[in-house]
Structure formats: structure tokens, C-alpha cells
Design a protein around this ligand. Structure first.
Ligand code: 13P
Length: 340
């Protein structure tokens, strides 16, 4: 294992208070987002949209790495420049989603198991050869009556750890993403308990599979009430409960925790990250940062709507969100920034 390369990559991704931009939506997920806005769901439109994102002037100011999807990794801009060159020129490290999706878990109604371990070692070598320096694998846990089950948590945690060990073997920093979903009426306290149980199991498995904690990144959910829960707690309560879980479960050797946004509004995701850094930054052993997809992209996607004339305005909106999130990473975000 090339420990030095792994640690150097992890450090570079988050240098100068940068964060990550997730743009690794699978084709079905990307198509669903396009469909909601009346954008044609074709490979050309997906390519044009990804070009819009990566050619945003100044993107590298606040973004240290982008997470790509297999289709995107080998694409080119309209003028024939490989996406990977555009990113390299902007000083942005390319990463790649390598799981093959969360599938229904046998004998576990309502639960998912993430697949993609078969043949993973070979795929990782190819991605490394193409220039990727980090990878991502996402496990999902729905909250409901009697779920998530112990078996779902353990099976997904083991898969995450096996994926992480394989990544480190080839020199890719693994992003370990156990996502407890926001869908449902559950309370914030239920989310906290489930998230704690999930994180405990994930780190047991990471240790069991001999994953180098200094050479990985954790990408968790924030601790939040369900989307349809009648009680929606304050920014401070979300921060307190999220921090309580992370302190209890994430070893100090992990260099960075980069949150997913999970369907929160863009501004709320930023405000919540900000409160955590504003109140606790000086006490944290890890960088506390962002790896948002929707909370960075959604405002830009809604402006673009598939039309060339809107590209510049969409890029401005994207850049604005990356700047707000870097400010949140520093604990210096204010609502006034949204009006600037
Ligand atoms: P969201 O920020 O939209 O939750 O996406 C993050 C991600 O990478 C999902 O796997």
C-alpha cells in the first residue's frame, strides 16, 4: 500500500478549506433530475451538463476534487478537450463512483444492499491508470418500522470496508459513504441513534479489513429529522446531535469528514455545516467539510434547463454555492452572502 500517496491525496483534496463536488449521478438518477425540469434525457445533454459544471471559471478556488461517474470520466468538451484535462488544468483531483448501485436486499423488504465488489480490483486499476485518485461507494439505510435491520447494517458495512481496502491497495483514497436517508416521519433522535449504530459498525468493519484510517474519507449524513417529521429542529440542535455522533464514532486518525447533502435545500445544508464549524472547529480532529451533489448543483441545474443561453448564469450559481460552502467550512458563512 502506498501510504504516502493516500495521505497526500487526502490532504490535497481539502487544502485551503476546499471541499468536494459530487457529480457522480448514475444515468438513471441524472435522467430523473433532467426529467423533473423537462431536459431531454440523452447522453448529449448529460455530457453538456457535465461540461457546464467542470468548465465553470474559478471552480478550483473552493473545490479540491470532483466525483465523476463512469460515463463522464472519458468524455470531452465540445471542443474535444478531455474532461480530465480540464480538471487537471483547474487543479481539481478527479474521483470516481465505483459501486454499481443499491439493490433490493434479499429477504429484507424495504432495505438495500450496495453491489459492485465483483471485479472491483480490476476496475480500480483501470480508473487509477486513467488518472482518478479517489473513489466513492455509497450504502443507504432507510429508517422505518423495524429497519434498518442488524443484517442490513452489517452487510453494507462489510462491503464498504472491503471496497475501501481494495481502493487503498491500488492507491485510490476511498470515500466511505454510509447514508441514513431523510425520507420519512422519523424524529431527529431516531436518525441520531440509527446513524450512530451505522457508523459504529462501519468503523468496526474498516478496522477488521485493515483499512488505513489516515488514507480514507468519511462521507456521512447529518443528523436530521425525517423530511415529513412535524418537528424540524434548529440549526444548533442539528449541529449538537451530529457532532455528538461523530465524536463518539469517528477516530481522530481519519483526516476528513465530508457531508453529503441528502435532499436538504442548498442553503440549509450550507447553514448547518457552517454552525458545526463555527461552534466546534477549534476542537475537531478532522476537517469538517462538504461533498455535496444536489446542494451545489440544483440551483444551477434549474437555471440551465438544457439551454445554451443559460450556461453562464448557471455557472455563476454553481460557483456561488461552492463559495458559500467554503465559507461554511470555515464557519464564516452568513445569510447575507446569499444576497450578494
Ligand atoms: P447529495 O449531496 O445530493 O446527497 O449527493 C451526495 C452523493 O454523493 C450521493 O451519493
Amino acid at each position: 500500500m502506498n501510504t504516502e500517496l493516500l495521505m497526500a491525496t487526502a490532504a490535497k483534496l481539502f487544502a485551503a478549506d476546499k471541499g468536494l463536488l459530487a457529480m457522480d449521478e448514475s444515468n438513471p438518477t441524472c435522467n430523473k433530475r433532467f426529467e423533473n425540469l423537462g431536459i431531454p434525457q440523452t447522453v448529449d445533454y448529460r455530457r453538456a451538463y457535465r461540461e457546464l459544471i467542470i468548465t465553470t471559471p474559478g471552480l478550483g478556488e473552493c473545490i479540491g476534487g470532483v466525483i465523476l461517474y463512469d460515463e463522464t470520466l472519458s468524455q470531452q468538451t465540445q471542443d474535444g478537450t478531455p474532461f480530465l484535462k480540464v480538471l487537471a488544468d483547474a487543479g481539481i483531483i478527479p474521483g470516481i463512483k465505483v459501486d454499481t448501485g443499491a439493490k433490493d436486499m434479499a429477504a429484507h423488504p424495504g432495505e438495500k444492499i450496495t453491489e459492485g465488489l465483483d471485479g472491483l480490483r480490476d476496475r480500480l486499476q483501470i480508473y487509477f491508470g486513467m488518472g482518478a485518485r479517489f473513489a466513492k461507494w455509497r450504502a443507504v439505510f432507510a429508517i422505518g418500522e423495524g429497519i434498518p435491520s442488524r443484517s442490513c447494517i452489517e452487510a453494507n458495512a462489510e462491503a464498504l470496508a472491503r471496497y475501501a481496502a481494495l481502493c487503498q491497495e491500488v492507491g485510490l483514497v476511498p470515500i466511505v459513504e454510509p447514508e441514513v436517508l431523510m425520507d420519512g416521519e422519523h424524529t431527529l433522535e431516531r436518525c441520531r441513534m440509527v446513524s450512530q449504530e451505522v457508523l459504529r459498525n462501519v468503523f468496526i468493519q474498516l478496522n477488521c479489513q485493515r483499512v488505513l484510517l489516515e488514507g480514507m474519507i468519511l462521507k456521512p449524513n447529518m443528523v436530521l429529522p425525517g423530511l415529513t417529521c412535524p418537528t424540524q429542529e434548529s440549526l444548533d440542535e442539528v449541529a449538537d446531535n451530529t457532532m455528538k455522533n461523530l465524536w463518539r464514532t469517528v477516530p481522530a486518525a481519519v483526516p476528513a469528514i465530508a457531508f453529503l447533502s441528502g435532499g436538504q435545500s442548498a442553503e440549509l445544508a450550507t447553514a448547518r455545516l457552517n454552525v458545526m464549524n463555527h461552534r466546534f472547529k477549534s476542537q475537531l480532529p478532522w476537517a469538517l467539510t462538504f461533498s455535496f451533489a444536489r446542494a451545489i448543483q440544483q440551483p444551477a441545474l434549474e437555471i440551465w434547463r438544457g439551454e445554451l443561453v443559460h450556461v453562464k448564469a448557471a455557472q455563476q450559481a454553481l460557483l456561488h454555492r461552492t463559495r458559500c460552502n467554503r465559507a461554511a467550512r470555515r464557519g464564516q458563512y452568513t445569510a447575507a452572502m446569499e444576497k450578494a
